[in-house]
Design a protein around this ligand. Structure first.
Ligand code: RIB
Length: 350
């Protein structure tokens, strides 16, 4: 049976309120003997203050709920680590809910965290391929009585706090890098295009093509599911189109491209250049190291936690912010000028 504050008071021979004052380190005048007797009794009984009970009184638990779509994806695992470090620095702890991309699980965690008394929620799974579920998730977020801050994948609204990468700029940077190397037939291995973050990356990619007079060809676009294995399924259609470069919308799918091209005896970058997105720790270890678009996870994690702590301390001046962060192109060994056998110069190329 878990010892209670009443057991500690009885063992130490003091009142329950005295135990509470000592255990919560309240600045009140108590004799050293009394304080020592309470701490000794609590230690002997193995007493731990019930944080939920404390939360009912103080109306806070210093706990933040984090909902992510896939903790097996190294990107979200890395982001979670940065968020936890930033939360701990500000005196909060983080509890994690992994929705596995399921709208129902995301909604479940929103209600669960709110009911369990977290002070705020960080939500990275705010979009689903089914627009109706996205709408339901947005309505739930709005109905909660606690602050919610969105990261990575946003609703198309500015009425909810958000910290997000400029996905459009990321897609643009990837395309311009390949175009400036001389590539004109660039394949896209996209993330799920039902999500705005990948729509934004594709839009940035198309903007770069348009600026360079390169027609956008939907036949050079294949959709993956962000996991390594989806590259193998999507790659044949791109190879049939004789692309000289591939832009994978995340590093995990880029790893699948490495694996499949190696199996086919196609060399990176001699035969096909490859660029990824996220700059996961493994990308610099590969041979050749992966050129990719990096996301400033540490900066975004700190910004998210700082913003939440301002809101929780009522220092946000009542405004609702969307903080946009710039991606960074990391040029490594997986991109170069087009290989001879794959290069086709369109007649209208400038
Ligand atoms: O690898 C997961 C991808 O989905 C990342 O690019 C991240 O931005 C998320 O949206």
């Amino acid at each position: 049976m878990r010892p209670t504050i009443k057991d500690v008071a009885k063992k130490a021979g003091v009142s329950i309120s005295t135990v509470s004052l000592v255990m919560n380190d309240r600045p009140v005048s108590l004799s050293p003997e009394t304080r020592a007797a309470v701490l000794e009794a609590a230690k002997e009984l193995g007493y731990r203050p019930n944080q939920l009970a404390v939360g009912l009184v103080t109306k806070k638990t210093n706990t933040i709920g984090l909902i992510i779509p896939d903790n097996s994806n190294i990107f979200f695992a890395a982001y979670t680590n940065h968020l936890e470090a930033a939360a701990n620095e500000l005196g909060y702890c983080l509890i994690l809910g992994n929705s596995n991309g399921s709208p129902e699980k995301a909604l479940h965690y929103l209600h669960l965290f709110a009911d369990r008394g977290v002070d705020a929620i960080i939500l990275a799974q705010s979009e689903f391929a089914d627009p109706e579920m996205t709408k339901k998730c947005l309505e739930t977020v709005r109905s909660l009585r606690i602050p919610v801050l969105l990261i990575d994948r946003l609703f198309r609204t500015r009425s909810i706090e958000a910290v997000v990468l400029d996905h459009f700029e990321g897609g643009y940077l990837a395309a311009r890098h390949l175009i400036d190397l001389g590539h004109r037939r660039i394949g896209c291995l996209c993330g799920p295009l039902g999500l705005t973050s990948f729509q934004e990356r594709l839009a940035g990619f198309r903007q770069a093509l348009e600026e360079c007079g390169i027609p956008y060809d939907p036949a050079l676009v294949a959709e993956g599911d962000l996991l390594v294995e989806s590259a193998a399924a999507a790659l044949p259609s791109l190879l049939r189109q004789k692309v000289s470069a591939i832009f994978a919308f995340n590093d995990m799918m880029a790893y699948g491209v490495y694996k499949e091209l190696y199996r086919l005896g196609i060399k990176i970058p001699e035969d096909i250049s490859l660029i990824g997105f996220d700059d996961l720790f493994f990308s610099d270890v590969l041979q050749p190291p992966l050129t990719t678009v990096a996301q400033p996870l540490d900066k975004m994690a700190r910004a998210a936690m700082l913003r939440l702590s301002q809101i929780l301390k009522d220092e946000s001046a009542g405004e609702c912010l969307t903080q946009l962060f710039h991606p960074e192109l990391k040029v490594r060994g997986s991109t170069s000028a087009p290989g001879k056998q794959f290069f086709e110069r369109p007649a209208n190329m400038k």
